[in-house]
Design a protein around this ligand. Sequence first.
Ligand code: DP6
Length: 443
Amino acid sequence: AVAGPTADWAACETEGSCEPIAGRARCEPGPAGGGGLNCGFLAMASEKPVVAVTCTAPVNIAVIKYWGKRDEDLVLPINSSLSVTLHQDQLKTTTTAAISKDFTEDRIWLNGREEDVGQPRLQACLREIRRLARKRRSAGDEDPVALGLSYKVHIASVNNFPTAAGLASSAAGYACLAYTLARVYGVESDLSEVARRGSGSACRSLYGGFVEWQMGERADGKDSIARQVAPESHWPELRVLILVVSAEKKLTGSTAGMQTSVETSPLLRFRAEAVVPARMAEMTRCVQERDFPGFAQLTMKDSNQFHATCLDTFPPISYLSDTSRRIMHLVHRFNAHHGQTEVAYTFDAGPNAVVFALRDTVPEFVAAVRHCFPPESNGDKFLKGLPVPPVPLSDELKAALDVDPTPGGIKYIIATQVGPGPQILEDPHAHLLGPDGLPKPAA
Ligand code: DP6
């Protein structure tokens, strides 16, 4: 290999003088005048290559909630769920996975800090992806990348949003891990199981648009898979606002919370058996027909039922705060004022609200939020993400909202929309690991 056209990537003198990276059939010509071939390699030395792949994955927000497992080990749910994939321009996880015969152990860095690679869920993902890679190889596929199966892996992952703030970071994180490892090991089969073993909701982040996670019936979980219901282009007017109430770590994690709910809540059992199946069918119809009022009402009802099962859990769990309840009130008043359902809220295992509205409703709703929750000091940074034009709030709506403003109740808003599934980044500068297989210093 000769010095690469970029600092990190090797350029080979002749095609075939190195192993191609997963996803690329062959070496590609390097840039004009640069000489050599770009082969997707990080070069340590020509005889000690590090194969690295970097991918991104989205956050998803469930509109029919997953809450409760029937098998803790395999992460099999007691009901199906349906989610909207959020756009990665605003929220995403980026992960680099690198393999080399010189690595002596598997290692992982999250947001720049090395973490325990022995963590059971991470181990389950690694075991599962290596099993799929072996299966592919024994099926007679001669992909040279499969040779890397015996190599140790280094993984680095970063989020562009606060971890564990109720913004589904584990879903994007494990989906990204599954997707990136699949590219490194040349696995092309369904990745639901790999992502799911990390975090149940992560299997829904493997696709863009509107995604269902079918609970399945089999004891081995082979039919518990995620599937796209509609692509991200299906409903272009749909907007999503994340109202960040608190960026603190939550009190009860989802895993422990749902376990206690399964053990103690009769309402949860009723919900899983008697409510969710019909709601899955109805929500699928609402999405397919772009029926916003139907979609919005069912989204709110399902969020409320999920939080009701939390209160029905013993000892009770509560994820909503006073500000969360004020947001719910605001949404209902806003809708009542307009005489139709124009806005919907949903809350996961935390106090932040995720609000759905059609594009034309967003400016007025944001003005209503500003009225009820006047920004404390960061007036100019209150709204992040997609631009929302400022509009005045009518006196009629102000009166209809009927609230005592709560200054600082909402820290900021992220305006986003429906987005695509995981992506592979071709730009070598995107790698989070350097040629030595260690995290690059943060820029
Ligand atoms: C309230 O997927 O985080 O966000 O499978 O134990 O990792 P584990 O749980 P997790 O639970 C998500 C619960 C939820 C609802 C949802 O996303 O469907």
